[in-house]
Write a protein that binds this ligand. Structure first.
Ligand SMILES: Cc1cc2nc3c(=O)[nH]c(=O)nc-3n(C[C@H](O)[C@H](O)[C@H](O)COP(=O)(O)O)c2cc1C
Length: 404
């Protein structure tokens, strides 16, 4: 659910620092990329090793560990991150940030950050109620920092009152809300196909391809995150469907054809990211074909051309095709737009490093009927999915202005 998001956690020296181990492990389970920076005081409460293991990234504490190379990487990360969360935020760290002091890695990183910064104050109730602290928090709020409300109750110091660090699940909720996408697809019905179809030869064997479904699943995830109601027609894939998405599982091109045609009319956007077999065995043997002397000929026939049929039936729908090619990508992609009556095609050269089947990243170019093209750099498949939806959004808004 947080796949593709970079969360930078700053840990300062409060007793609640131990809760950050749980927070980091929850964020990892949601597939976020997590980086941790700690103050020196924080390392008295929880070891950098624990957080490095749980985040699967090195934890930075010192700015001048290697005196020839200050830790620039974390400063860069503070600009790239989707969110910087300081948790727990001590009275000291809050005071420093509010007054522009940058005398260690964490505070320097916050000073250099161009991204959203949230602070989760956690301290003794009297420290929390101290007017200096409250004034510092107000100053930070007025400067656009997010300040999380601490919980009330029994505190580690023995006092009772406000000052508790919110529980890790509450911190995760805040992070999700903070980094979640704009709901610009609210009310839009999106059908996505994904995975590689299987065309049976006999009860044991089939013809398939190398598609893993990652690109289609990423599109379904991005569309759902942006508020669309999503139907994912999935050929076999070893992936967990994104939450909130209706999944129709199919096996062969014939099954996929049936599922897509059944739902086509009720959709606003159809994105065909599946790798559908073009041919299938003409006969499916009832029993396992036994090994024999000599070769074996299997006669193949064409499968239904789902994309072509969608193009013929298209009314108000935005129809998006995918083209995975190993040569002449642009030529084939442009030809396919006209043949299939598409609104756009997402083409990739699967022979390139970092593109195509099974990889975490993709490098795509989007072609339009008029000849316009949009090239995208190598990105995670989820980021490609968001980019594709940005383009779909533009077509949708143009279509909505046209008389039907
Ligand atoms: C046992 C113990 C617990 C502490 N807990 C907190 C705390 O919860 N919140 C806080 O603001 N300071 C707490 N402090 C004080 C900070 O550790 C101290 O102000 C330190 O200078 C903070 O450094 P930092 O902001 O660079 O991490 C605690 C100190 C000790 C010894």
């Amino acid at each position: 659910m947080l796949r593709g998001k970079i969360i930078l956690i700053g840990v300062s020296g409060g007793i609640a620092a131990y809760k950050i181990a749980d927070l980091v492990s929850r964020l990892k389970k949601l597939e976020a990329e997590v980086h941790v920076v700690m103050t020196r005081a924080a390392t008295e409460f929880i070891t950098p090793l624990t957080l490095a293991v749980l985040s699967q990234n090195p934890v930075a504490v010192e700015m001048f560990e290697d005196t020839t190379r200050p830790d620039i990487q974390h400063i860069e990360l503070a600009q790239k991150a989707d969110l910087v969360l300081i948790a727990p935020a001590t009275a000291n760290v809050i005071g420093k940030i509010a007054h522009g002091i940058a005398d260690d890695l964490l505070t320097t990183m916050v000073m250099a950050s161009t991204t959203k910064v949230a602070l989760a104050p956690s301290m003794n109730v009297h420290m929390y109620e101290n007017p200096i602290l409250q004034e510092n928090l107000n100053r930070l709020r007025s400067l656009g920092y997010q300040v999380l409300e601490p919980g009330a109750g029994f505190l580690a110091c023995g006092d009772t009152g406000r000052g508790r660090l919110p529980e890790p699940e509450e911190l995760v909720d805040h992070i999700i809300k903070s980094v979640k996408a704009e709901k610009d697809f609210q009310g839009v019905r999106v059908l996505v196909t994904a995975g590689g179809t299987r065309e049976p030869i006999d009860p044991i064997r089939y013809i398939s391809n190398r598609s893993t479904g990652k690109m289609g699943y990423a599109i379904a995830e991005a569309a759902a995150e942006r508020g669309a109601s999503v139907v994912l027609v999935s050929a076999p894939a070893q992936l967990t469907p994104p939450p909130g998405v209706e999944v129709i599982r199919v096996t062969s091109a014939g099954d996929m054809h049936q599922a897509v045609m059944q739902r086509f009319n009720e959709c606003d956007v159809v994105i065909k990211a599946a790798a559908v077999a073009d041919y299938r065995p003409r006969q499916i043997a009832d029993q396992k074909i036994k090994k024999m002397e000599g070769g074996l000929k299997i006669e193949l026939e064409r499968t239904p051309d789902i994309l072509f049929e969608c193009g013929q039936r298209k009314q108000h729908q935005v129809l998006v095709g995918f083209a995975a090619e190993t040569e002449n990508v642009e030529e084939y992609a442009k030809k396919k737009i006209g043949q299939k009556n598409l609104d756009m095609i997402v083409a990739n050269d699967v022979s390139q490093d970092g593109a195509g089947f099974g990889t975490e990243t993709n490098i795509v170019t989007i072609f339009y009927p008029g000849g316009k093209k949009v090239e995208m750099p190598r990105m995670s498949k989820l980021d490609v999915a968001f980019g594709v939806l940005d383009e779909v959004g533009k077509i949708l808004s143009v279509k909505r202005k046209e008389p039907q």
